[in-house]
Design a protein around this ligand. Structure first.
Ligand SMILES: [Mg+2]
Length: 202
């Protein structure tokens, strides 16, 4: 029996396109090829999202490798503005809210977490979340799922996890979670799986 839901954010609740940020950063710095921007910033980004460096150190590192000439506000504005709401999932959250506790499990940074809560009011439907930058661990490693279980007070056997990346689903299933490998082009498949678990009227 399902008693709680655990949602990934990127390409589940929100679609995202990181290339939008890369193009803006390429325009505002001395590295003009977005592919080169990504190559230079990727390791710094991963360390930031894993909580190994804080926001200030991330920004210093990113400005440095990109020889970025914009302001911190311009950088953060470019970094944030990569999301669009996945409307069928927003509707599902609204229907599940009040019937089940809803939680988040995301590989993300404080910049993106603060932004999505500010920009998309439906995030306030969630009771709590576990985030890689705070947990200092990330999916698909087991540790962040174990932290989420303790932090959120959820039991895998009664929790339904939704994520778009197969390795994240595989870890969840190995720990006993009910899980759905989501793609926004196949939203109906999620509803069918939930109906099979007696979660109806959604
Ligand atoms: Mg995702």
């Amino acid at each position: 029996m399902i008693r709680a839901f655990l949602f990934d954010i990127g390409n589940v609740l929100l679609k995202f396109d990181f290339s939008i940020a890369l193009r803006k950063l390429a325009q505002q710095g001395e590295v003009h090829d977005p592919v080169e921007v990504m190559a230079r910033i990727d390791q710094i980004k991963l360390g930031y999202e894993d909580g190994q460096v804080d926001r200030a150190a991330f920004l210093r590192g990113a400005f440095d490798v990109l020889r970025y000439r914009g302001t911190e506000e311009e950088f953060v504005a470019a970094w944030e503005d990569i999301f669009t709401a996945n409307e069928p999932m927003v509707a599902l959250v609204e229907k599940l809210h009040g019937r089940f506790p809803l939680f988040l499990l995301s590989n993300t940074s404080d910049i993106h977490r603060e932004y999505v809560f500010r920009r998309y009011p439906f995030f306030h439907r969630f009771t709590a979340g576990t985030y890689s930058y705070e947990a200092k661990a990330s999916k698909p490693g087991r540790e962040i799922y174990e932290i989420a279980q303790r932090q959120l007070g959820i039991e895998p056997a009664s929790t339904f996890f939704i994520d778009d990346l197969l390795p994240n689903i595989e870890t969840a299933r190995s720990l006993g979670f009910n899980a759905h490998h989501y793609h926004y082009d196949r939203h109906e498949a999620l509803l069918q799986q939930l109906a099979g678990l007696d979660v109806r009227d959604i």
